[in-house]
Design a protein around this ligand. Structure first.
Ligand code: ASP
Length: 751
């Protein structure tokens, strides 16, 4: 998927994570088999072949049987769903109330915050999301002395709300620009040219769209380049922290419980969106005023129970549901295991870096948490792909597909080679997959190095040697922040990553690292970082004040390395664009064939755009003989209490728990305050913080995770094990009333 200006996935921060499960089976009417058998071509086939193909086709029908809650639907697609069926399940909203392309509706309360999802929950721009989505903002507002991450935070008044670096996007309008993009690349036979033309058109559309006042645009690619949508969004740059529970609540269970059920995590945080006095988006200013959203969610008073209809509205980051068996096998055998190993080493290094330094340890918490999340997810991918036999299932599906194509001359002509073409491209991509993984981690994990690479790229585009470094690029490099942890953190991480690079097989090797000579990763990192003068701000300032020629000639070992890697990255990018250009010639046809093969109700892979998932509150059977019920309570939370992190509840919670049966947030049927619940929604990374609403459009919870059995769900939804984990809004109410009280915020939320 190609995103212009798209934010990454927060919880999977630091990865271009490719996660997933078994083959996708989408629902919808299928072409009846008898019509298919009646085609002239099939009638001429020998009987034996006919019987075999008929058998394959019938079993394909069974495999592809409709699944009620599968799908991450685009807003327009969602409106086209069978509304009567949804009404029968408990939806009372009309289509217009749910989403109107011009007037918004309930769906317009769902916003994007960093790589997460969030939603408006008051007329004064109060925003609810996950604690793990607000984690960085809380950490940045914490010190070892005033540790808001540990103790939680309540702004007693609006003046006390804390400034953050968060940015929030509200979708205002979605425009189909497919025709323009496709026209711009038509007739271009060279794949690189085709990709460049596509990218240039997307950029031009963004520039054009942003001529409207206060608008930020992005174009998203759907269905492998078959459709393009332009999102007109309001960008809110003044986002303040209003409420955070103590970490022991917001992250209860830590990495042990992460991706697991039963769950007892109070994964919520509240922010407020601010705009200028004129109501227009503005940078932070003390006298900015709360944003008034077009729609905000009211909080449900009566909670959920098993079997209820719920809907998840948010911004799922990435799925790969239409992948070939070859590509899935590659993920399972190479990419995911390598990613897990790499995460393990990077985490160990970060932990070492912070040892004996509480301030640095605090600063590294967010990064460690993000890496640990990916580490466990990678483990889940490898486990799930194997356990569910995804590759074998994909192979079977491909066999059905080939039979279906061969059975009709028109299909054979249009799609006869498409699967082989896709696999050929996947094979090529696989050749550099590990190198791309390592390079990707270098760019994410070594921010100082990355900033220099970007600088050299920018200079590469400037013809004159006397050109000065543009101020926006020079400023962060000259400032102390980026270089602050150069020797203590970045050099150590570089040691791990250079070692990984050294281990790359020949054709994948990174020449810039190879050119550093003999030695292990740490020795190479010492040669680049240890021997450099760049830690000195004065040296950097002087350098950045010079011109392009001076920067190209400087022989500081770090700069020499950065120049070599920047040039190599440019060559790699060109290779990737060429491959992407070739995919553009195949992908749309592949998807078209998949749609025809699978049936009408067909949704695109997740790509960080606004989606709706319909679901039922329900438990599941994680393994033979074990049944997970779908709701947890404070009783279960107390059972997990050990007094040790990550299972140590704050004393205020333990005290309040004694009185909880009388709380208005207790559930009558459970006889307790509910904490989390499961549903079978179709979600992925990026859906964290998504509002979960009932059939009346009221907030019942915040999505924050999936179960371990569903980490691999990105390869396909399954009725048996696709379960997402939601924190019940009544737990939020109880914590904010009885544990770390914020009565004024509850009141604002109508509670
Ligand atoms: N925990 C994920 C997130 O942060 C949600 C998921 O992967 O299901 O977006």
């Amino acid at each position: 998927m190609l995103w212009v200006q798209g934010p990454g996935d927060r919880k999977d921060a630091g990865t271009t994570a490719i996660r997933h499960e078994r083959v996708t089976h989408s629902r919808g009417p299928r072409r009846p088999p008898d019509r298919w058998l009646a085609t002239g071509q099939a009638a001429r086939e020998p009987v034996r072949v006919m019987i075999r193909t008929a058998f394959l086709w019938l079993s394909a029908l069974l495999v592809l049987a409709p699944r009620p809650d599968e799908g991450q639907w685009l807003p327009q697609q969602f409106l086209d769903r069978d509304w009567e069926e949804l009404k029968a399940r408990g939806l009372t909203l009309t289509k217009d109330e749910f989403w109107h392309p011009e007037r918004g509706g309930v769906l317009s309360a769902a916003v994007q915050l960093g790589g997460c999802s969030a939603s408006f929950v008051s007329p004064d721009g109060l925003v609810a999301t996950n604690h793990h989505c607000g984690f960085a903002a809380i950490e940045q507002n914490s010190t070892p002395q005033a540790n808001r991450l540990r103790d939680g935070f309540v702004a007693a008044t609006r003046e006390e709300e804390l400034r953050t670096r968060e940015v929030l996007y509200v979708v205002r309008r979605i425009e189909d620009v497919t025709a323009k993009v496709v026209a711009a690349r038509e007739g271009r036979s060279d794949p690189y040219e085709r990709m460049l033309a596509t990218e240039a058109t997307l950029r031009a559309l963004v520039v054009e769209g942003e001529k409207q006042p206060d608008t930020r645009c992005s174009v998203a690619t759907f269905f492998e380049g078959r459709q393009y949508l332009l999102y007109h969004r309001t960008q809110i740059r003044d986002v303040r922290l209003v409420y955070a529970p103590p970490r022991a609540i917001g992250e209860f269970g830590g990495e042990i419980d992460n991706w697991e059920w039963p769950r007892h995590t109070g994964d919520f945080t509240l922010f407020r969106a601010y705009v200028g006095k004129d109501g227009k988006p503005a940078a932070y200013a003390k006298d900015n005023v709360p944003f008034r959203p077009q729609h905000y969610l009211r909080v449900a008073k009566d909670g959920v129970k098993e079997g209820d209809l719920v809907m998840v509205l948010g911004y799922p980051g990435r799925t790969e549901r239409y992948l070939s068996s070859f590509a899935v096998a590659e993920r399972q055998g190479v990419t995911w295991p390598r990613r897990e190993e790499l995460m393990t080493r990077l985490i160990a290094r970060l932990e070492e870096s912070g040892e004996g330094d509480p301030a640095l340890t605090l600063r590294l918490t967010t990064r460690i948490k993000a890496l640990a999340n990916v580490q466990k997810a990678a483990r889940g991918q490898v486990w799930g792909l194997a356990r569910n036999g995804v590759v074998a299932a994909k192979l079977r599906e491909e066999e059905h597909f080939r039979a279906w194509v061969a059975a009709d001359p028109q299909r054979a002509e249009r799609y006869g080679s498409v699967l082989d073409e896709v696999i050929a491209l996947d094979r090529e991509a696989a050749r550099t997959q590990v190198r791309d993984l390592v390079l990707g981690e270098m760019l994410r994990g070594l921010p100082f190095l990355r900033a220099w690479l970007d600088l050299y790229d920018a200079l590469d585009k400037v013809p004159e040697d006397s050109a000065k470094v543009p101020a926006p690029l020079a400023a962060p490099l000259a400032a102390p922040a980026l270089a602050a942890d150069l020797q203590r953190v970045e050099k150590r991480l570089a040691g791990v990553l250079f070692e990984e690079a050294r281990r790359l097989p020949g054709p994948q090797s990174l020449a810039a690292v190879a050119a550093l000579g003999e030695g292990n990763g740490d020795q190479l990192a010492e040669r680049v970082y240890g021997a450099s003068k760049l830690a000195s701000s004065e040296f950097r300032r002087e350098l950045l004040a010079a011109d392009k020629a001076a920067l190209l000639a400087n022989e500081d070992p770090f700069l020499r390395f950065a120049r070599a890697l920047a040039a190599e990255r440019r060559a790699i990018t060109k290779e990737a664009q060429t491959l992407a250009g070739r995919r553009l010639a195949v992908g749309p046809r592949w998807i078209e064939a998949q749609e025809a093969f699978r049936g009408k109700a067909f949704y695109p892979d997740a790509n960080g755009t606004l989606r709706v998932s319909v679901a039922t509150v329900r438990g599941f059977v994680p393994r033979d003989g074990v049944l997970y019920t779908p709701r947890t309570t404070v009783a279960g939370l107390l059972e997990k209490e050990t007094g040790q992190e990550p299972f140590a509840n704050p004393p205020a919670l333990l005290a309040a728990a004694k009185e909880r049966a009388r709380s208005r947030f207790a559930d009558a049927t459970l006889g307790d305050v509910p904490v989390c619940f499961l549903s079978d929604a179709d979600t992925t990374g990026g859906n964290s913080g998504s509002c979960v609403i009932n059939g009346r459009g009221e907030l019942v919870g915040l999505n924050f995770d999936r179960v371990f059995q569903n980490v691999v769900g990105d390869y396909g939804w399954s009725g048996e094990r696709s379960r997402n984990v939601v924190v019940d809004v009544r737990y939020l109410g109880w914590v904010m009333e009885s544990v770390l009280p914020a009565p004024h915020v509850l009141q604002e939320m109508g509670l």
